[in-house]
Design a protein around this ligand. Sequence first.
Ligand SMILES: [Zn+2]
Ligand SMILES: [Zn+2]
Length: 335
Amino acid sequence: MKTALYEGKRKIKIVEKPDPIPEKNEVVIKVKHTGICGSDLEFYKTGLWPEKGILGHEIMGIIKELGSEVKKWKSGDRVTIDPALPCGRCYYCKKGGTNLCSGTEAIGLGRDGGFAEYIKVPERCIIKLPDAIPDKHGTVFDQIGTGLMALKKINFKIGDTAVVLGMGTIGLFLLQLLKISGASRIVVIEKNINRLEVAKRFNPDLALTKVNHPKIKRIVGRIGATHVFECSGSPQLVNAALDITCKDGNVIQIGLWDKPIEISITKYVMNQIRIQGIIGCSREDFEFAIELVAKKMIDPEPIITKIIPLDRIVEEGFESAISPNTSDIKILVAP
Ligand SMILES: [Zn+2]
Ligand SMILES: [Zn+2]
């Protein structure tokens, strides 16, 4: 089979590998779509992920072959994959925080991922894709799930106000989740015009290319926003977030960067602001995300800007997505 092998910073090449053969509790899936995630882009840009391997954890496909002990599924079933492989035994797994499991392996991180024609995964990772969801929308659930995890962690309430910094995939899903969760006012900020235009289709109360305190406060009120979601990974915006959050409010940090940054501790102490980090989601969030898409409460369509063949994954995928004026948001690879 054809695969895209990651070999470190700015190095991915197309190589042939033997087709996977399932172990007794595994299934082999013909991959139809795999999304390029922000974390995949980060590894490609920085070489941060140390191992050679096949990336890609946002996967939808069709079951091709079953291991000898897999009974509940049949060849031809349409499925999506929860890439997490929590150990089930550690402190966090027992508390239900499986996204914090001390085990590090996941599909596309340590185990071969979805930038390949076929993938083998443990049976427990596969989830049936409802008929109401088209194939190309079958890859977005961990991103919606991350937004759900964020809203739960901060105990989001009807009538709360929100600012979302960064309209990448997670920001755009958060915007939609805030709408259906009863946010009274929503401001979004994104410097890339293409992304801002997509955001406007989901009707935020205000969409800006940069942080403008008077304009934001005109919408969310003089005290500032109840919650500010930092989804851009831009260091300047973290301090801006502290400025536009109301006292006793939340800054929710979802964007990532590889170097330490300076923040104003005084501001966050004096205003009694909580900074809440969010990484990934639980199985429960993942499955609820599927339901929201199936019921058409969340729409992935405007966020998916391109579907490309595996052969073009470097030029039209990774390189295109990291170029500064990209019009890409979510790129799907169709192996
Ligand atoms: Zn992802
Ligand atoms: Zn665990």
